[in-house]
Design a protein around this ligand. Structure first.
Ligand SMILES: [Zn+2]
Length: 325
């Protein structure tokens, strides 16, 4: 399966016309700081002389998810974005405001990933989403977006897709992350917008916010190489990593929450398959009075672990599969 091309000749983006074979770095200027300084969001465009599909690669929609930004940096450094046909557009830090502040959010306190498709008269984040939706997203035939777990919640490398979309399922199989999760769309998210605009998207989740993990970056880069090779866009000079183990398909998941507040001592690892009633953590108070065991409520794969040293009662501490294929 190869995505049909929509755009083959001149590409018009952000007021510029870019011919086949040209590359350009543009700025998606949309908003200013209090000081009046324009905040520039870099957009890297690489076009082959051969026509083909346009792939849009994004990270940093949540400004503190630096592992995703690192993955796109590696894509640029290793020139994976120089296609043998078609066009690759990279936006390594979509929410540059949040990135500067080491924050998930926009400076107006909004989560950009709940603002799509945005509104030209809305909040700062909503206006930004509107301009992105209008000026950049319609150019894409296929998108890859890189995220991490929020706060201290550490995601095993996973691709998130929706049920019933054959193209997306096939691309996820080619990407072959350790886990492929089927999940519902979140209102106002970038993934939901792509779905509504009929643009296939692979959403990669791996690692946690404000943290680097080289091995998890490598997993994602292998997936990107496999997908670009599948689309016949990857340079033959770049080796396509072989699939060693097939991705585990997860249809349903649940969160295990803390029943007590206190220190969290995790007794299992990411990727582990745990069995029902297995001890997976202990929660204790800092004074040695209380020690509570956390048992797995069902058998399943651990796909997220909260790495916070302390948790409150009700905090999500593990994400576990409940139905796999
Ligand atoms: Zn995110």
């Amino acid at each position: 399966m190869i995505i049909d091309k929509k755009h083959s000749e001149d590409l018009e983006i952000l007021g510029e016309r870019i011919k086949l074979g040209e590359s350009r770095k543009l700025n998606f200027n949309n908003a200013r700081l209090f000081t009046g300084t324009a905040v520039e969001v870099p957009v890297f465009i690489e076009r082959s002389i051969n026509p083909g599909p346009t792939v849009l690669i994004t990270a940093g929609i949540h400004g503190d998810e630096v592992n995703g930004i690192e993955i796109v940096r590696e894509i640029l450094t290793h020139k994976l974005n120089k296609p043998t046909r078609g066009t690759v557009i990279c936006m390594p830090i979509v929410n540059i405001f949040g990135f500067i502040n080491k924050s998930r959010f926009f400076p107006d306190g909004r989560d950009l990933n709940r603002q799509f498709p945005g509104n030209s008269k809305g909040s700062l984040a909503s206006r930004f989403a509107y301009n992105f939706t209008k000026e950049i997203l319609p150019l894409a035939d296929f998108c890859m977006d890189f995220h991490t777990g929020g706060a201290d919640r550490y995601n095993a490398a996973q691709i998130r897709i929706e049920h019933g979309n054959e193209t997306v399922s096939q691309l996820a199989a080619v990407f072959n992350a350790p886990f492929t999760l089927y999940g519902n769309q979140i209102d106002g998210s970038y993934r939901e917008l792509c779905y509504k605009m009929n643009i296939p998207i692979l959403l990669n989740e791996s690692g946690k916010s404000l943290s680097f993990d080289k091995s998890i970056c490598k997993e994602a880069l292998s997936g990107v190489k496999r997908v670009l090779a599948h689309l016949e866009m990857l340079s033959p000079k770049i080796e396509v990593p072989k699939v060693v183990e097939k991705s585990i398909l997860i249809h349903e998941t649940t969160w295990i929450r803390a029943d007590f507040s206190g220190f969290l001592h995790v007794k299992t690892n990411l990727h582990d398959f745990v069995t029902k009633d297995q001890l997976i953590a202990r929660i204790s108070d800092p004074f040695g009075d209380m020690r509570h065991s956390v048992l797995a409520k069902n058998s399943g794969y651990i796909i997220n672990i909260n790495q916070a040293p302390m948790v409150y009662q009700g905090d999500a501490i593990f994400h576990i599969s409940t139905r796999t294929e």
